[in-house]
Design a protein around this ligand. Sequence first.
Ligand SMILES: Cc1cc2nc3c(=O)[nH]c(=O)nc-3n(C[C@H](O)[C@H](O)[C@H](O)COP(=O)(O)O)c2cc1C
Length: 239
Amino acid sequence: MDAIECIMTRRSIRKFMDVEIERTKLGIIFEAGAKAPSSGNIQNWKFFYVTQMDLKQKIADACVQQGWIATAPVIIVIASEPDKASQFYGVRGERLYSIQNCAAVAENMLLAAHAQGLSSCWISAFNEESINKTLNMGHRYRPQVVLPLGYPDETVPEPLKLRIENLVIFEDQRAGGNGGGGRIKDLDWAVWHYNVLGRTIDNTQDSAKKLSKAGRRFFDLMRERFNKKKNDEKENQNK
Ligand SMILES: Cc1cc2nc3c(=O)[nH]c(=O)nc-3n(C[C@H](O)[C@H](O)[C@H](O)COP(=O)(O)O)c2cc1C
């Protein structure tokens, strides 16, 4: 599985098989966490590894009674060291970078788990003090993310995600003021990704069917331009 496929197919899983996780796989997950980017490379984090049932149960309770968490064979708790960040970056380091650094660790771990056939779910709904106490972390550490880990025992449908055409703001839109009146000024230029343009055209063509003849001609013209651009690109690549 390559990186893009891994990102695209990862899902939050909340039901796990009662199967032990191989140590080599765990090692790779910890390594992936350790390779995450961090502000000034300060790596102000620790990974708490939990397998004992009584501790897992306490963690699940601390996660607002999400009992399923205790059924994972392994739980990793990613904790930050905010003081280390504040020494270098003051309040911003303590309050923002510490969280962002651990978030980068969490995503790396989720992807490393998925790439190896394992699954997890990002958990941040928890009572910090209870987790801290359960794992005897001490005041230096703040739990940031809980990751229950195991082989998936459920398949879940792809969750709804916003489409990139509704998320990406292009430079030339901002120039119009008010964050852009029309979302995309020059659709043909702005949305160069085939899937996006393709489905945008399909959607708009559906609407166009309900429009006047002139409207339909406009969308036909757009599709022609898009196909021509794609062919030109192909020819350029073949040169
Ligand atoms: C900051 C954060 C906190 C989350 N907390 C919880 C949680 O407490 N319990 C839970 O079941 N899922 C939690 N999730 C997982 C989200 O529900 C999940 O990522 C979202 O529904 C999208 O599904 P996906 O991960 O399969 O793309 C959390 C995710 C994030 C990023």
